[in-house]
Structure formats: C-alpha cells, structure tokens
Design a protein around this ligand. Structure first.
Ligand SMILES: *Cc1c(COP(=O)(O)O)cnc(C)c1O
Length: 356
C-alpha cells in the first residue's frame, strides 16, 4: 500500500495536524531549542557507560518506582514541598506526560484552554487526543488573564511558567486564581522552573486538581534520553499513569536520571547559575543593539524583530540556529535565542550584528 493511500486511513483530526518539524539542520551554533548547551552531567555519562548489557536486554521498571522516589526527594529539597512516590508520574519526556494527561482528563470534543503565545506542542497534543484547543491571549503578550482563562469553562487549563517562548514567569496571584476557581484540572508546566528559582508546586497542598509537570531535558541536560515527570494528588497521578502505560522511561534513561539526581545536582545547579548570568548578559547586549528583548527568567530570551523568518534564515547561513516566531499576539515577529556558554552566544550576537 502506498503512503498516499495510507494517508486516508488516519483520523480526519489527526490528518489536519501539521507535523512538528522545526528547522533542525545541523549548524555550528545551535541556540534553537533551549537544551543544556554545556552538555550532559558527568554522572549520567558514567551511568550509561556502565549500564549496558542488563539494561538493554531487560525491560525497565514498569512504573519507574526508584526514579519517582528520587524525583520526589529532589522536588522536596528544591521547593520544600514533601511528596510521596504516589504523587509522581514519569514519562518519555514531559511531552509524554502532557499527552497522557490530556487523554486521561478530557474526552473527544472537550476544550483545552491554553495561553497564546505558549508551548507549541500543547494544541497539537490536544488535537491528537480529540480535544479542542482554545487559545487565550496573554495580555501584552506576557500576562496571564485569569478570568478570560476561567471563562472558557475548559475541563483542562494548561499554563506554562516560566512561559515558552516569552520567558517570563506568570504572576503568582493569577496562577492561584486559576487553580482555585478552575472547574476542572489545571496543568502547570514548569519545564524551566530551575532557571527561575520559583515554583508554584506548593499549590498542590491546596488543590487535588493541579498537575505540575517538569522535565530533565532543560536544566538537567538529558534531552536526548527523554525523561519528564509530573507531581499531583495520588488519584490524579494514577489516572495519568494508567493512560500513559508501562515502561515509558527506558532503562538507560532511568539509570542516567537516577545518577544525576543522586550525584550530580551540584553540576546542575552550577550550570543553571551560569545560564542565568549569560541570559542577563545576552539581554543587555540585545538592548545595546537597540532591540527590546522581553525580560526572561528562563534559559532563553525572546526578542521582537521585523520579519523573524527571514532574519533566522540569514543567521542560519552564518551557522547560527535560533527559533523564529511569527505574529505572536501582543508581540509580533520575534526570535527565541537559547543561552549556553558565553562564546557561543557571543558568536550568535556577532552574526546578528552582521545580518540585521
Ligand atoms: C522543552 C519543553 C517541554 C518538554 O520537554 P520534554 O523534553 O518532552 O520533557 C515541556 N514544556 C515546555 C514549555 C518546554 O519548553
């Protein structure tokens, strides 16, 4: 059977979803996807090198028990919120956790409300699960409008703080208001919380309908291994885990993640601190160029520019990858630039000076 004839077999709503295919042609300086450009934590690499035969031939733990315990301990140390293993669910990246949660918590035709601009995968995962994504514009492109979000009446409200691609943290009061008044579940994506140094995880103490997602892909330097997780009340977590299915964190990823959580948190924290320094320096250099970057608490900076796609293409020609966004509500066209070791960022700034 040809690919063309197979195409007609997919569900109509799935056929309508564009393939997520960012420009990932290899380039000299890749500042396009917010991963850890300092590399992977050494303890993870040691664990991988030592783990091979048994980890490859056998199934991993079905529900990643040891990893969930280590993640609960980490969150407790990081935020002061004590959680048990039954409050944590892992997944093949936090993408997998979001996808599983959408499927577990709402049904075909239900609305999933999300801010705009926000994480581009969210409306895609909503559609893949038969949900109807409804975009609620952020005020001035950055501020959460709690009442507009609540007015959707959506059984799932997705929020991201710090928000990707804008880089700002959502106001605590607005997040609280949504969590307290939402008719259904609120999913708060904290993929970049380590860089912001703040978290709303403590709201789990007052809501059993809040799920906070995190990832080891950004601050922890394990993007290629695909490890994400979420924290929430045991009943909520159990539903997400059931919809996710067993064995989603592979055995090598689990070992590497356990090694970092056990031995390399100082490595993670040191590189977070360096990312914050470089981010603030990048922000001031962009201002010195006469641009108006959005203040960021994440490991990337969003800078409005005219015709972002053309500018990103000119940067690519010079070996520099950044992520262009077009017509963001309240912002317009913009480039999102990830931070990494200063020489890489300086290289990108040189290219930007040359092409704009
Ligand atoms: C990068 C990112 C994620 C997820 O990444 P995984 O690699 O799937 O864990 C989730 N949310 C946001 C907002 C992100 O930017």
């Amino acid at each position: 059977m040809t690919v063309a004839s197979l195409h007609g077999l997919a569900r109509a709503d799935v056929r309508a979803i564009p393939l997520y295919a960012p420009d990932r042609a290899p380039c000299r300086v890749d500042l396009s996807n917010n991963t850890n450009l300092w590399g992977a934590p050494p303890a993870a690499l040691r664990a991988l090198a030592g783990a091979l035969p048994a980890a490859v031939a056998r199934y991993p733990e079905a529900y990643a028990g040891a990893l969930r315990q280590a993640l609960a301990d980490y969150l407790g140390a990081d935020t002061g919120v004590a959680l048990g293993t039954e409050c944590i669910v892992t997944g093949c990246g936090s993408d997998d956790v979001l996808d599983s949660a959408f499927r577990a918590l709402a049904g075909p035709g239900d609305v999933l409300a999300h801010p705009e601009p926000s994480f581009t995968m969210v409306p895609a995962f909503a559609r893949m699960n038969g949900l109807r994504p409804v975009a609620v514009p952020l005020r001035d492109g950055v501020a959460l409008d709690a009442d507009a979000m609540l007015r959707t009446g959506a059984p799932i409200i997705y929020l991201s703080s710090p928000n990707n691609p804008t880089g700002n943290a959502l106001a605590r009061e607005a997040v609280e208001r949504v969590v307290r008044r939402a008719p259904g579940v609120v999913i708060l994506d904290e993929a970049y919380a380590e860089f912001a140094g703040t978290s709303a995880l403590d709201l789990l103490r007052e809501s059993e309908r809040l799920l906070v997602t995190r990832t080891l892909s950004k601050a922890f330097g394990l993007a290629g291994l695909r490890v994400g997780y979420a924290a929430g009340a045991p009943a909520l977590v159990a539903a997400v885990e059931k919809s996710r299915g067993p064995y989603k964190v592979n055995a090598l990823a689990e070992r590497a993640a356990l090694a970092v959580l056990g031995e390399d948190l100082p490595w993670v924290r040191a590189h977070v601190a360096e990312a914050v320094t470089v981010r603030d320096r990048l922000t001031s250099e962009l201002r010195a160029l006469g641009l108006e970057p959005l203040p960021s608490v994440a490991n990337f900076v969003l800078v409005p520019v005219p015709d972002a796609v053309a500018l990103a293409a000119r940067l690519r020609d010079r070996g520099v990858g950044v992520r262009p966004f077009t017509a963001l509500p309240g912002i317009g066209d913009a480039l999102r630039i990830s931070v990494g070791p200063w020489p890489l960022v300086a290289d990108a700034l040189d290219a930007l000076r040359a092409v704009r």
